[in-house]
Design a protein around this ligand. Structure first.
Ligand SMILES: O=C(O)C[C@H](O)C(=O)O
Length: 440
């Protein structure tokens, strides 16, 4: 059914937008009631989490086992990691540069010894930082079942890649196992469609909780930090990612319009993982080959968190500025180098950026760890911007890597990006037909 025939109230975008606005009002005017809505948000995130591991498995297996040229898998993985490394380091650098220019913490003159650090104790214990070896070893699950049971994205991805390779050797496309997994994948995406029907309820519950618990006022406390951070995320999206998009023949603005429902859901839940399956589906609809979507999106949720990277350097330097802790250029560069590694331990779940910051500051010294108490109270609102930027960053990464490996149908991408609604994007064959292009 085309969007023109759909009544406007059936648009997911409008439903989620309305839900988020009602959530804000409820949380603001009836904070107690707002906090009571938490289970609605949690329930929605649990529903999505339930489906993430099997969806990644099926998408990656079908993508890899169905490929003609297996060398492309290694090329895609290598180029994706290269892109992630370059762009997330750039994000760390942008955060560091802007926090030095705007100095949002300067003049606060906080004595770290006077801060109440009870709230941050849970985040700053010793040994919280994973070494590189431990991180790599952690990608290997203790058992396949355990990887699925925990829903660990990288562990499931590793098993799926191995399974895909092995299945390809046994005939790949056309074998019974391949057909079963391909059909299962379709069923799973249908389940995502069913879960999305309750996305407005989830976004409403999570938003009502956020505003009810933390209050709109906390958005404006530490306003200079919050403003600088939000502004930097916008600059990063529209300038840095904008240029990257232009260089690769697409507009980031159009991409944002294309994923507007997902962005709203992430705004409500402040977790980019809450739309991971939808992002995979939408990127495929844009004309990115399954194998690329399957490899880039899940890996990006660990290695390409641009919003989290901006936050990490910015928040660390904010604490140094607020507590009058001098940081030489060498110290700042050292901090950045450590964050290049530690930022890869973050995830698309709410609060993970703060956890990585706490672990890094506890391990490297220099910036007073007690200063974390200054920003814990506003973390939920920082998390929103982190998650939104992470999501856009992963969308851009997928399109770029797909272009680099020649796995993007650019005609289809342009056709879909030019049509704003999800419903139309769901029937790209029809769009292409209207535009005189053969279906894919
Ligand atoms: O969800 C994300 O992508 C980030 C997360 O919300 C965070 O708080 O760090």
């Amino acid at each position: 059914m085309s969007s023109a025939k759909r009544p406007f109230y059936r648009s997911l975008y409008l439903q989620v937008l309305t839900a988020v606005v009602i959530g804000v009002f409820l949380g603001h005017f009836y904070p107690h009631l707002g906090t009571e809505m938490k289970p609605l948000g949690d329930g929605f995130i649990k529903l999505i989490k339930m489906i993430i591991a099997p969806i990644i498995f099926c998408t990656v297996v079908v993508g890899i086992a169905g490929m003609e040229d297996m060398k492309k898998v290694g090329k895609t993985g290598g180029l994706a990691l290269l892109y992630f490394e370059l762009v997330s380091t750039l994000a760390l650098l942008v955060g560091l540069t802007i926090v030095n220019l705007f100095q949002p913490g300067a003049g606060m003159n906080v004595n770290p010894a006077t801060l109440d650090t009870k709230g941050i104790a849970a985040y700053t214990g010793p040994g919280k930082l994973q070494g590189a070896t431990e991180f790599l070893l952690d990608i290997i699950p203790s058992s396949v079942v355990d990887a699925f049971a925990k829903g660990d994205i990288l562990q499931v991805l590793l098993f799926a890649v191995l399974f895909g390779f092995a299945l390809h050797k046994f005939g790949g496309r056309g074998t019974l196992v391949f057909d079963m997994i391909e059909k299962t994948s379709k069923v799973l995406f249908d389940i995502v469609g069913i879960i999305m029907k309750v996305a407005p309820i989830g976004a409403f519950g999570a938003m009502a909780f956020t505003i009810g618990k933390y209050g709109i006022a906390s958005l404006f406390s530490l306003g200079k930090l919050m403003g600088t951070f939000y502004l930097t995320c916008l600059i990063f999206i529209f300038v840095v990612l904008g240029i990257i998009g232009r260089l690769h023949g697409f507009s980031v603005w159009k991409l944002i319009k294309y994923i507007k429902e997902e962005l709203l859901i992430v705004l409500g839940t402040s977790s980019s993982e809450s739309v991971l399956p939808r992002m995979m589906e939408k990127m495929e609809n844009l004309g990115v080959r399954k194998s690329v979507v399957g490899l880039v999106i899940p890996t990006g949720y660990s290695f390409n968190l641009d919003g989290t990277s901006i936050y990490l350097t910015m928040a660390a330097m904010f604490i140094a500025q607020a507590t009058d802790t001098p940081m030489t250029l060498l110290q700042q560069v050292t901090l950045l180098a450590v964050l290049v590694l530690t930022s890869k331990g973050a995830a698309g779940v709410t609060g993970s950026g703060f956890i990585v910051l706490a672990a890094t500051l506890s391990a490297v010294g220099g910036v007073p760890v007690a200063g974390l108490a200054l920003i814990l109270g506003i973390d939920r609102f920082m998390s929103e911007a982190r998650a939104l930027t992470n999501l856009v960053g992963n969308g851009v990464a997928t399109l770029v890597v797909a272009q680099w490996t020649g796995e993007l149908d650019t005609t289809r991408m342009r056709a879909v990006l030019d049509h704003e609604t999800w419903e139309e994007a769901q029937e790209p064959e029809a769009i292409l037909e209207r535009e005189g292009e053969p279906g894919r």
